[in-house]
Design a binder for this molecule. Structure first.
Ligand SMILES: [Zn+2]
Length: 241
């Protein structure tokens, strides 16, 4: 089983090897004289492109494995920042201060830091969506068992307590993306269509929703497109959020 620790270690190794190869290549160019027109700031901009390319996929992979690790995913930038700083310091030893080199390497790492946080957030959001799907799948299964047993749907007023023994854990009744709010259950009315959602959870950031309809199958669906605003100027129109 791949753990977050494994991903983190491999991520470190890959980032370190990429940083070393990038710096070796830059040194080689520099030795040939091809790098002469590049200033320290030019190096920093080139390093930004590198750090985005190397840092983002790694930090996303780490965040996908465990969203709690998302901030630590930024550590993959460390080898690059240190390496860039040292390289710039050595290359411009006579005309550049170490503080300049450190500033340049921080600049190089900044875009990847921003994208790393974004990637980490996105990874955590995806993980929440799949946990939510797992929860609603469990609630759907429990509802199916309840129906088979009692030949009636769980009651609207007491459904949580009725399903709890069949689900086993209270955490399944809340979406991890919204731990303050429990899922809403809509007890199907006699003769109502199987398309009517029984459980439904909207994840607007990903434009996805998790739905359990009357057939008690859980599914992740794209959010339907917003209906065109009608009578937007009417004082009676309601805005939905
Ligand atoms: Zn949800």
């Amino acid at each position: 089983m791949i753990t977050a620790g494994t991903v983190l270690s491999v991520g470190f190794l890959v980032a370190f090897l990429l940083a070393v190869s990038f710096l070796a290549f830059a040194r080689w160019l520099s030795a040939r004289g091809s790098l002469a027109p590049l200033t320290a700031w030019g190096m920093a901009i080139a390093g930004s492109a590198y750090s985005v390319a190397a840092g983002l996929p790694i930090s996303m992979a780490i965040a996908r494995a465990d969203p709690l690790r998302a901030p630590s995913a930024l550590l993959v930038l460390l080898p690059w920042a240190v390496g860039a700083g040292l390289f710039l310091h050595l290359r411009h030893r006579d005309k550049m201060l170490l503080s300049h080199a450190l500033a340049a390497s921080l600049l190089a790492a900044a875009p990847a830091a921003v994208l790393g946080v974004a990637g980490g957030t996105l990874g955590g959001t995806h993980r929440n969506l799949h946990q939510c799907y797992g929860n609603l799948k469990a609630l759907a299964g429990a509802t199916r068992d309840y129906l088979a047993d009692r030949k009636t749907w769980p009651s609207q007023a007491n459904w949580v307590n009725e399903l709890l023994p069949l689900v086993g854990q209270r955490s399944a009744f809340r979406c991890p993306a919204n731990p303050d709010g429990a899922y809403v259950y809509r007890r199907p009315k006699p003769g109502s269509s199987k398309d009517v959602p029984v459980f439904e959870c909207v994840h607007p950031f990903l434009a996805k929703q998790v739905v359990v309809r009357g057939d008690l199958r859980a599914a992740i669906e794209n959010l339907p497109p917003e209906p065109p605003p009608r009578a937007a100027h009417s004082p009676f129109s309601q805005t939905r959020h």
